[in-house]
Design a protein around this ligand. Structure first.
Ligand SMILES: NC(=O)c1ccc[n+]([C@@H]2O[C@H](COP(=O)([O-])OP(=O)(O)OC[C@H]3O[C@@H](n4cnc5c(N)ncnc54)[C@H](O)[C@@H]3O)[C@@H](O)[C@H]2O)c1
Ligand SMILES: CC(C)[C@H](C(=O)O)[C@@H](O)C(=O)O
Ligand SMILES: [Mg+2]
Length: 352
């Protein structure tokens, strides 16, 4: 059988991004064996590139990115207090621009405690859920402004945008996800007791679409209570459907309870396939540990597995997850460098 072709765009980004992406790419190349011919095009984008060139993400680059089958993304963002990067200029101008322009309306963030992983409060088996986070709306859209800035009378608005179309397509994806999982349970997380306009739209949409999925048990939690249960009883969650901002916060918490942010993978999915989907670790550029080989590359490696799975390369994706699971099971307490973890996972892939 002749190999299929995977045409990949790579945005390694800033800080630990390039360190973890290097390991993810090597794992991906090994995992596809000779079944898939992979070509990768690297795009130098991020805070560092912006500070050197003044460019964040121009239209020509967007057009080129749109031609690829998928994007592997590391992390972007510079030092927290750099005034040249104030206002989230890179986050909005690069990462959110990609998510919005490529209509990544599903931000898929699975969490599972794998055997061998020490979690501050749970055991393997206690955590196995997926957050289906809305990716193109909510308070992220940039619908806001401020007047009398810097004065005692400043007024700052950040409007959360929730459209019937946007909520419906996300909720439908959530139900399809829940229906395909063994537990068949969907939890809507919102704050309907206060954010009643948006909350009303979300809960009515869930109630309506639930009728198409009678096999899926549905419940609801306010987001504040959801953080309690994520810590005290994470086993109650299976598929969480939530808005952009709640999903951002919940998935860092989910990462923390399932072994750490260095293990959490994600996919920014355009389910319609009109644009390339983009896969990235949940974590950021971690300026506090960058350049020192201290980052765990597992989240990036698992993101590469999600990418392969998304494009139908299921066996190759399975090799990566099996190798990561084997590595985690044996990891113990010893502290290993980024490349040592990457190398250990590659050995596992090779010996499968
Ligand atoms: N998708 C992205 O590109 C993305 C996501 C989150 C944050 N950011 C950006 O990254 C920068 C730093 O943000 P932050 O500090 O809030 O979040 P962060 O996720 O970068 O770091 C939070 C903490 O987790 C640790 N950490 C993160 N990844 C790790 C890994 N792989 N292995 C071990 N430890 C890891 C860091 O050292 C830090 O202590 C900011 O500019 C932020 O905007 C980007
Ligand atoms: C960097 C930031 C824009 C981003 C988000 O808030 O979505 C990040 O925190 C994430 O979780 O991917
Ligand atoms: Mg986040």
């Amino acid at each position: 059988m002749s190999p299929s072709h995977l045409d990949l765009a790579v945005i390694a980004g800033d800080g630990i991004g390039p360190e973890v992406v290097a390991e993810a790419l090597q794992a991906l190349h090994l995992a596809v064996r000779d079944e898939v011919r992979v070509s990768e095009t690297h795009y130098r984008l991020g805070a560092e590139h912006y500070l050197e060139s003044g460019e964040i993400l121009d239209d020509a680059t967007m057009d080129r990115l749109a031609q690829h089958q998928a994007i592997l993304f590391g992390a972007i963002g510079g030092a927290p207090n750099d005034p040249r990067l104030a206002g989230g200029i890179i986050e909005r101008g690069l990462l959110l621009k990609l998510r919005f322009a490529f209509d990544h309306y599903v931000n898929l963030r699975p969490s599972r405690i794998l055997p061998g992983v020490t979690s501050p409060l749970a055991q393997p088996g206690d955590v196995d859920f997926v957050v289906v986070r809305e990716g193109t709306e909510g308070p992220y859209v940039g619908n806001g402004g401020a007047i009398r800035v810097g004065t005692r009378h400043e007024i700052a608005n950040e409007v959360s945008v929730n459209t019937a179309h946007g909520v419906e397509r996300l909720v439908r994806f959530g139900f399809a996800t829940a229906a395909a999982r063994p537990a068949q349970k969907l939890t809507l997380v919102h704050k309907t007791n206060v954010l009643s306009h948006a909350g009303g739209l979300w809960s009515r949409t869930v109630d309506r679409i639930a009728k198409d999925y009678p096999q899926v048990a549905v419940d609801y939690l306010h987001v504040d209570a959801a953080t309690i249960f994520m810590v005290t009883d994470p086993g109650r969650f299976d598929t969480i459907v939530t808005d952009n901002l709640f999903g951002d916060i919940l998935t860092d918490l989910a990462a923390a309870i399932s072994g750490g942010i260095g293990l959490a993978a994600s996919g920014n999915i355009n389910p319609d396939g009109a644009f390339p989907s983009m896969f990235e670790p949940v974590h950021g550029s971690a300026p506090d540990i960058a350049g020192r080989q201290l980052a765990d590359p597992t989240a990036a490696i698992l993101s590469a597995a999600l990418l392969l799975e998304h494009l139908g390369h299921t066996e190759a994706a399975g090799r990566i997850t099996t190798a990561v699971e084997a590595d985690l099971a044996d990891r113990g307490e010893a502290r290993r460098s980024t490349s040592e973890i990457g190398t250990a996972i590659r050995h596992r892939i090779t010996s499968l």
